[in-house]
Write a protein that binds this ligand. Structure first.
Ligand code: SAM
Length: 399
């Protein structure tokens, strides 16, 4: 992944030389380039700010140095490639684990670190209209920092640790806080009984020493619920609203075709980007095509508050009834990362008729997120090209 950061304090980014991110840079997994905004000024004082039109406190960053700096960054890509531009700002969309995952799919990110009262608004327009960049204003949280550098440090760390090879043990990413809407359970290490200097002894919860993996998993899940309820009840509400037990998965009706078409489009744009093609059936199908698909496949939908938020479909393979084909697994973009997709996949598997020997799925060769989800669910990529160009097939034996 390529990362460009433009700042008036390039030294602020020095911590990105340390620890796992520094190692990833040295190993070539991350190509991080830091640019000094003042290098793109032409006056004696290298000034980057001026007083605001309309009056008011503070200074505003001038458009010219920013335009030149961003044009310089954008021009550094090969074959017309363009970075996605992230502008940290308290007025932006919240930076979440789901957004970190989304950004981790991008090959190239550029960050514009504002200072003072922020950057002249025309820079955003220029970057989008003249440089052709996708511009996202992203906030670290509902508070105000002095500059974007701290936000970039946090975002780069959260994004980079999701890249393959950056964290030694990728399994450790799976159960972390926010991965499925809940906080992580408490963790302990040796000794099993630890005495503080005041002579108070504290023991590790006995279940963790029991060797009973089922009991440990149940205890951890309960801890996650309790911790989330205590510290972040707002998360528990949305995560709980979407737990498998509460999910109302119903058979799709012909009248669902229009909403399914809309959901497909919303869900497959990221696929089109990841696989560099727009020629994907779920993206181009008409409402009639989708209605026709409802006749050929068993399709299930999930509604939340009346809104169709997720769906999956399945059927016995027309030429091989022992194979249960599962497809069109989709979850509305704002509800992804909460286990809804996994629950729907399990539901589709559970509907397979007796005599089914294997479950079959197909996804884009470069659909890393899907591939991760399916591998976690026990699917294995089959050798060679999948059923459609640019795709791979995945299989899971039925137990
Ligand atoms: N006047 C701006 C406002 O009220 O939205 C705040 C400007 S702040 C003092 C200066 C810079 O710090 C911003 O341009 C942005 O780069 C960064 N910044 C401040 N708070 C931030 C936050 N919560 N998340 C991300 N960046 C932030």
């Amino acid at each position: 992944m390529i990362l460009d950061v433009v700042s008036i304090f390039p030294e602020y980014l020095a911590p990105l030389d340390l620890s796992l991110i520094g190692k990833a840079r040295r190993e070539g997994l991350l190509d991080l380039r830091v640019h000094d905004l003042r290098d793109f000024t032409h006056d004696r004082h290298h000034s980057v700010d001026d007083s605001p039109y309309g009056g008011g406190a503070g200074m505003v960053m001038k458009p010219q140095p920013w335009a030149e700096a961003l044009a310089h960054v954008a021009a550094s890509g090969a074959h017309g490639a363009r970075p996605r531009l992230i502008v940290p700002g308290p007025g932006g969309m919240p930076f979440t684990q789901a957004l970190a995952r989304e950004l981790a799919e991008e090959p190239w990110l550029a960050f514009a670190c504002g200072r003072y009262e922020g950057i002249d608004e025309r820079v955003y327009e220029y970057a989008a209209d003249e440089l052709g960049l996708e511009v996202s204003v992203v906030s670290l949280g509902d508070y105000v920092l002095n500059g974007g550098e701290v936000a970039v440090l946090a975002m780069v760390e959260a994004v980079a640790r999701l890249l393959p090879g950056v964290i030694g043990n990728a399994e450790s990413l799976v159960e972390e806080s926010h991965e499925d809407g809940l906080l992580e359970y408490p963790v302990y290490t040796k000794p099993a009984s630890w005495e503080s200097s005041a002579g108070v002894t504290r023991a590790v919860p006995p279940v963790l020493l029991s060797g009973d993996h089922g009991a440990i998993a149940a205890w951890r899940h309960q801890q996650r619920l309790e911790r989330t309820a205590a510290r972040r009840p707002d998360l528990l509400h949305s995560a709980a609203a979407l737990t498998t037990q509460d999910l109302a998965i119903t058979a799709a009706q012909p009248s669902d075709a229009a909403e399914l078409t809309t959901l497909q489009r919303a869900c497959w744009v990221s696929e089109a980007k990841a696989n560099d093609t727009h020629d994907i059936p779920p993206l181009v199908e008409s409402v009639d095509d989708v209605a026709h698909g409802l006749l050929e496949w068993q399709t299930w939908v999930v509604r939340e508050g009346g809104r169709l938020v997720a769906s999956v479909r399945a059927r016995s393979h027309p030429d091989d009834p022992a194979t249960w084909q599962i497809g069109r697994l989709m979850v509305a973009p704002d509800l992804q990362g909460r286990g809804l997709g996994r629950a729907l996949l399990a539901h589709a598997e559970a509907q397979a008729p007796s005599g089914t020997a294997a479950y079959w799925l197909n996804t884009g060769t470069r659909s890393d997120r899907n591939l991760r989800t399916y591998r976690k669910a026990g699917y294995r990529v089959q050798p060679g090209e999948g059923a459609f160009p640019g795709t791979v097939d995945l299989l899971k034996r039925r137990r």
